[in-house]
Ligand binder design. Structure first.
Ligand code: ADP
Ligand code: TRP
Length: 341
């Protein structure tokens, strides 16, 4: 009897993403990015890190940076990142990545970086850019390649950088042999643009954010001040595209959302009551996360232990890739001599 054809084994999926600790997480960060990253922790082997080296290009106060890194770790775990499933670590705890950045810089055309938007935007606005910002996509490439990542979930603004990474990995492989695994960007839920309290895209730069773990009284004030139009109470309104409704839809459960949409279409309601409903729905939506966060904050040793274990796992992986890269390009015996072997 002929043997059953066996399918080739699917390549292992390794998910990796980095999150800059440049401020406390707002609803845009959570619904637009973090929630999807966390969901992907079950899709394969997952590595998530807090990109403190990248944040150094904007956060220049040491105490604040330290606090933001700690908060990011606590927030991510409270929001559902499971350190037993995914490797959570801090970027700067893995020095192998900065060494790999140098190796990649030697194959990076200037023109490629000149076209990258973070740098280009700053230049166009006439602002002084430093070499850190200019070479930022190369550090990001090293972040991805050091862990043999295959899937990189990112927001739209980061897709270009993953393309740079593929480009550099391709060039290096072409010159030196098969060293790096080529990753793919996975655009998180296109169209998930979360509006801010003024109806523009929610962003730290526009001061229109609602933070995930902000003090409830402060959050309530912000919500009650969300801008609205001056439609008379009795007039119906199309809910979709109304930023107050869109925010409600993010935190409400499906039945509440449908009921609110019907209320909009019927008319005879005031924005004040929608805002109150939003305050309550947000409190309910994040109640579990807030409670987990409070518990984690009572046990700072636990966060440190999680990050230390994450760094050990990450270094083991990045060390192997760096060794491959060093050997391939002619740096004597990979990392062996340096380690005293
Ligand atoms: P900010 O604009 O507040 O500085 P960041 O640029 O640090 O936010 O955002 C980090 C990630 O969060 C982005 O890559 C993007 O995927 C996501 N994100 C931020 N703001 C929004 C938003 N308003 N809607 C959807 N996603 C967002
Ligand atoms: N540059 C990303 C951002 O600003 C953060 C980041 C750094 C990253 N290194 C990465 C994301 C590697 C994905 C993979 O959001």
């Amino acid at each position: 009897m002929p043997a059953e054809p066996t399918a080739a084994p699917a390549p292992p999926v390794r998910v990796l993403s980095g999150i800059q600790p440049t401020g406390r997480f707002h609803w845009g960060n959570y619904f637009g990015a973090i929630r999807q990253y966390i969901e992907l922790q079950t899709a394969g082997d997952a590595f998530y890190f807090i990109a403190d080296l990248h944040a150094l290009t904007t956060v220049r106060e040491p105490a604040r940076l330290r606090q933001l890194v700690h908060d990011a770790a606590v927030d991510l775990i409270a929001l559902g990142l499971d350190p037993d499933r995914a490797t959570l670590f801090v970027q700067s705890d893995v020095p192998e990545v900065t060494e790999l950045t140098w190796l990649l810089l030697t194959v990076t055309p200037m023109g490629l970086l000149e076209r990258c938007h973070a740098y280009k935007d700053k230049k166009t606005r006439g602002l002084a850019a430093d070499a850190g910002l200019f070479t930022y996509p190369v550090l990001m490439s090293a972040d991805i390649l050091a862990y043999d990542a295959t899937v990189v979930p990112v927001g739209e603004d980061q897709v270009q950088h993953v393309e740079v990474c593929r480009d550099l990995a391709g060039t290096f492989n072409h010159l030196y042999g098969d060293v790096f695994t080529l990753p793919r960007a996975r655009l998180v839920e296109a169209g998930a643009r979360v509006p801010g309290t003024d109806g523009q895209k929610m962003s730290k730069s526009y001061e229109n954010t609602i933070d995930v773990f902000e003090d409830p009284a402060v959050q309530k004030k912000k919500i009650m001040r969300i801008t609205t139009d001056s439609r008379p109470m009795d007039q119906p309104k199309e809910p979709d595209g109304d930023h107050l409704f869109d925010l409600f839809a993010l935190v409400a459960d499906p039945a509440e959302r449908e009921a609110m949409a019907a209320l909009y279409r019927r008319g005879g309601f005031g924005y004040g009551e929608v805002k109150k409903a939003l305050v309550d729905a947000a409190a309910r939506h994040f109640a579990g996360a807030r409670q987990r966060r409070a518990e984690l904050e009572r046990d700072p040793g636990r966060i440190e232990a999680i990050l230390a274990a994450g760094a050990r796992r990450a270094r083991a992986q990045a060390g192997a890739v760096l060794d491959r890269a060093r050997r391939a390009c002619g740096l004597a015996r990979g990392t062996a001599r340096r380690e005293g072997a």
